[in-house]
Design a protein around this ligand. Structure first.
Ligand SMILES: *Cc1c(COP(=O)(O)O)cnc(C)c1O
Length: 460
């Protein structure tokens, strides 16, 4: 690379170039160094940056150029390196989000965007990016129900759901149900299910914000069907069951299940959270939409980007009349999902196994075999690394308390920051003074990229 840097006439060719002097220049040399930093218009005429402007737009490229010039002004790089530095600083896309490798061992990590889309879902998003028939019947040429094929795919996967509706996320599904069925009325809910979903957002606050009143029943640890029955009256909008998806209460506990509440004569809405459509053998305590509806729930609400493994969205499934009421409410328009989400959701529902399902099903022995192979190759490069047993979790998306046996690369703790900020950012977790890169949520096809990132972080 070094020899590819050609000094640019008057700007850079100002005599002896102290190339390789990567240190801050002495004050006397600072002015000279600054003068040798290539000007913005000179840099932007470089064919590679011209190409980048066409691909990423001028704002993004100019920002990279300015950042590289800044680095030279600060003495972090010599002026001759500004051009290469600007090129290296160009992002892969014009969007600000960086793809990362999730080596946290948390399969659904909210800070990393929860579920990773399948290749089929990614392809569907790309194809839906232009004009699509999202709200048009191409045969008749007249307007059609938005997202009808995604809704059909959802109902096909959950036979007990007479109808379905899709909104922006799980919280939006709850807000819409509460508004449409209980504004000015009461939502009967157990004190044991007043959940904070994260980042300070609490479901009770969300529900009350719709104008519904909460009628709390039972206690933190125990609530019976009789508690609900005693609270039901003319003011009741619906009974809400919320799955404690991010915590567990154990010991002297009792909760009424949907089957006990269904005969109470009011709609029972079950917020299952995770988006499991059918029972999952590895997660026996995680509620699923089909079983909840079959047990008597009128409606189920769930997220699309948790265990379902799809895009961020909120699912509403169940009774045809209730789904219709909810989906025709004026607020439904404000919570409507875009075509990209519908495309990804449908491809998730109809397509091959999702990365989330694959991560859950990964065999611990195979994970260890991958870890050992990676550790062997990296050790050969002189890196302090070993393969270790690890315990992965599902994450905020569901199955609290469940650990999934896994395998990880164990590196010095000091690698963590370099791994996060490298060209291919890798997010691991710190444990007992080591940085662990857990392989459960890393698809095997990413192993090479992971190894490359570890080498860069270790300076090899
Ligand atoms: C995650 C979750 C929500 C919120 O869903 P989002 O899609 O994050 O808005 C609501 N209820 C339960 C039980 C959850 O697990």
């Amino acid at each position: 690379m070094e020899q590819g840097v050609t000094p640019q006439g008057a700007v850079e060719g100002t005599g002896a170039v102290a190339s390789g002097a990567g240190h801050a220049p002495r004050p006397s040399g600072a002015v000279d160094t600054r003068r040798r930093i290539p000007r913005t218009d000179t840099l932007l005429s470089d064919p590679r940056l011209v190409e980048a402007v066409g691909r990423l737009g001028p704002r993004v490229v100019k920002a990279a150029v300015r950042q590289a010039q800044e680095q030279a002004r600060d003495g972090c790089i010599p002026p001759e390196r500004v051009r290469d530095a600007a090129l290296a600083l160009l992002p892969g896309t014009a969007g600000g989000l960086r793809p990362v490798i999730n080596a946290t061992g948390v399969v659904l990590h909210t800070n990393l965007g929860r579920a990773s889309l399948s290749a089929a879902a990614r392809q569907a998003v790309l194809e839906a990016a232009g004009p699509t028939d999202v709200e048009l019947d191409l045969h008749t040429g007249v307007r059609a129900r938005r997202g009808r094929t995604a809704v059909k795919a959802l109902c096909d996967r959950v036979p007990s759901a007479a109808a379905a509706h899709v909104v922006n996320n799980g919280a939006a599904a709850l807000v819409l149900v509460a508004t449409a069925l209980a504004a000015g009325k009461e939502i009967v809910i157990s004190r044991g299910e007043m959940v904070e979903i994260g980042d300070g957002f609490r479901l009770p606050d969300l529900l009350v914000s719709t104008g519904a009143r909460l009628r709390e029943v039972g206690t933190t640890n125990r609530t019976t069907a009789a508690d609900y029955a005693a609270a039901i009256g003319p003011q009741t909008g619906f009974v809400l069951k919320v799955h404690p998806s991010n915590f567990r209460v154990t010991g002297f506990t009792r909760a009424a299940d949907v089957g006990e509440l269904a005969p109470l004569g009011v709609p029972v809405v079950s917020d299952i959270g995770s988006g499991l459509l059918a029972p999952h053998p590895l997660l026996p305590e995680e509620p699923d939409a089909e079983t909840q509806l079959r047990s008597g729930a009128s409606l189920v609400t769930a997220s699309g980007d948790k265990l379902l493994g799809g895009p961020q969205c909120g699912l509403l499934l169940g009774d045809g009349e209730l789904v219709r009421t909810v989906s025709r409410h004026p607020l439904a328009r404000a919570l409507r999902v875009d075509k990209l989400t519908l495309a990804a959701l449908e491809a998730t529902l109809t397509g091959p196994r999702t990365p989330t399902a694959a991560a859950l099903a990964a065999d611990p022995e195979q994970l260890m075999a991958r870890a050992e192979e990676l550790a062997k190759a990296l050790s050969a490069d002189g890196i302090d690394v070993r393969a270790v047993d690890s315990a992965a979790t599902v994450g905020g998306g569901g199955a609290p308390g469940v650990t999934l046996p896994s395998a990880a690369l164990s590196l010095p703790e000091s690698c963590a920051a370099a791994l996060r900020t490298g060209a291919v950012p890798v997010v691991g977790r710190l444990e007992a003074g080591r940085c662990l890169l857990d392989l459960r949520a890393v698809p095997p096809e990413d192993d090479e990229r992971l190894a490359g990132a570890v080498r860069s972080a270790a300076g090899r």
